[in-house]
Design a binder for this molecule. Sequence first.
Ligand code: HEM
Length: 370
Amino acid sequence: MDKELSSIHYDKYLQLNKILDAQKLRSVEFDKPAHDEMLFIIVHQVYELWFKEIIHDLNSVMDLFGEEVVQEKNIGIAISRLDRIAKIQKILVDQIEIIETLTPLDFLDFRNYLLPASGFQSFQFRQLEVSLGLKRDNRISYTQCAYSGVFSQKEQDILSKLEENDSMLELVEKWLERIPFLNFDATGSKEGFDFVGAYKNSVANMLELEEKAINNADYIGDAEKHLRLKMLGETNTYFSSIFNEEEHLKKIKDGELKLSYKATMSALLINLYRDEPILRQPYMFLQKLIDIDELLTSWRNRHAQMVLRTLGKKIGTGGSSGYDYLKTTADKHRIFYDLHNISTLLIPRSHLPVLPDDLKEKLNFNFTQK
Ligand code: HEM
């Protein structure tokens, strides 16, 4: 039986007594009150609350993608939740402006009372990174200890479990691998369609045109032409790994790529044929993941920049080199790098292999087939 509805006061519903009683200034505790410590605490608390919402939304998307079959309507739900996460992240980046009103001298008034507390000990931030797909082996470490060593045993166990389970990146990889479009080869289409062969020709044509354009350019000298042709040749190596599964596998082993060959092919197809109505939602979904990755990188860069301004080259309260460590994480801790990289593989619409009619019809599939 449903519980009988009862009324509730705003204060009680939001448990404001707990939240508003949670700003204990250490500078006051040590009889050296520092006005700006209040801001420092509140900004961090607000971040942690938003992290909570982000994890809540992300978990729900992961649950949808953890199902054996991903219902098409759930892709729409996933897109809206990822979109919400991205909007929150924008606020998180913007909030750095508020913490920057804390000047380096004001910070020094209470910094010593914080030691060794640091955002490095934010459990929710680590939960988020691991859930998205950041692997232990790919982390930049600045101490001999594992990143998780700063947490209680219970928290470490939660992080280990998260690391063992499929991350968002892995769930997306599996989903991409299941897309029926890929299993549709020359024998599957009455008209016959060998996507890789057709795409290969289009790429060759496109590169040939680019080569011609460089050779025929009037305003570029021979040395510059030589350099540009060399660079064009280097772009070619990206294409070669999409033409050759073995090469793709080697790049995964060398840590250059993460997504399997099959998943990468699917992501490429979705991007190339995104104007097909059935591929619109999957395309938007992949775009949202890129947004989230990009915004996390923006936050890392912005936070590093703010740390440089506030601390200069001082080490952090958590014991890292500070700015240098944080700047490196912005480059190295990206998760959906392979999805960004798909842009390298795109060709103009005018070069796009035309899909046979029966394949177009098959695209009316949903993504629920195994
Ligand atoms: C005056 C303001 C701030 C300063 C000077 C600062 C400084 C630092 C430094 C130096 C680190 C590197 C670890 C260490 O050695 O401590 C760090 C890490 C971190 N900080 Fe901040 N921080 C500030 C504000 C914030 C805020 C408002 C947040 C929001 C939660 C935050 C979240 C983090 C996180 C999550 C890390 C770990 C980053 C990683 O390991 O990739 N920080 N911070």
